[in-house]
Design a protein around this ligand. Structure first.
Ligand code: SF4
Length: 193
């Protein structure tokens, strides 16, 4: 017992130095990220542009709906501009009590997740290193067959069911039920950190 305590005491400075290194590395990394952001701001075309406070919306008649970002449990405020039933633009919510106008990159791109022209509309399968479009029926059949094989070979706990912030309350409930039906408690939300 005494030997263990002695070892523990000796180990402390090492752990502290690791922590300091970790912080240094973190600062170095964030410094690089900041440098990359500065470099990106000089990119040509419409890749990056300077944001200006109080920009006039190109949709003056759009309905402004207060909502929240659904990526994580912080729940930052977003003002969605909806015109003819389509979410056309978003603004930060300066009056939101939590975020006070701030949004991280995920929240700032909330609209693009569903409205982007680059959004996938069919399942893709990697075949010989290339993505091929397949039908939903094919995708669901292949996923079901593979899952059954995994369960048979390795048991239900070999799979972790990872939920998404894009689920609404009822979908999250069903997802949890699905994992239970599968036979495991290995289920959580993607924002669990
Ligand atoms: S904007 Fe970022 S921090 Fe705020 S709720 Fe969304 S993901 Fe979370």
């Amino acid at each position: 017992m005494q030997v263990k305590l002695k070892n523990k005491k000796k180990a402390q400075p090492k752990a502290k130095s690791k922590l300091i290194m970790g912080r240094r590395r973190f600062l170095k990394t964030t410094g690089l990220a900041f440098g990359a952001a500065v470099a990106a701001s000089s990119l040509p075309g419409n890749l990056v542009r300077k944001a200006h406070a109080g920009e006039a919306s190109p949709y003056p008649d759009a309905q402004k709906i207060k909502t929240i970002c659904n990526y994580c449990s912080v729940g930052c405020g977003i003002i969605a501009e909806v015109q003819d039933g389509v979410w056309v633009r978003q603004e930060m919510d300066l009056a939101h009590p939590i975020s006070r106008g701030g949004l991280c990159s995920k929240g700032a791109s909330s609209r693009e997740v569903s409205m982007s022209e680059r959004r996938l509309k069919t399942p893709l399968k990697l075949v010989d290193g290339k993505w091929q479009k397949i039908t939903w029926d094919t995708a669901l059949d292949e996923i079901a067959d593979n899952l059954k094989k995994i369960k048979k070979d390795s048991g239900p706990d070999s799979v972790f069911w990872m939920g998404t912030a894009k689920f609404n309350n009822e979908q999250a409930y069903m997802f949890r039920k699905m994992a239970a039906l599968w036979g495991t408690n290995n289920v959580d939300h993607q924002a669990r950190v």
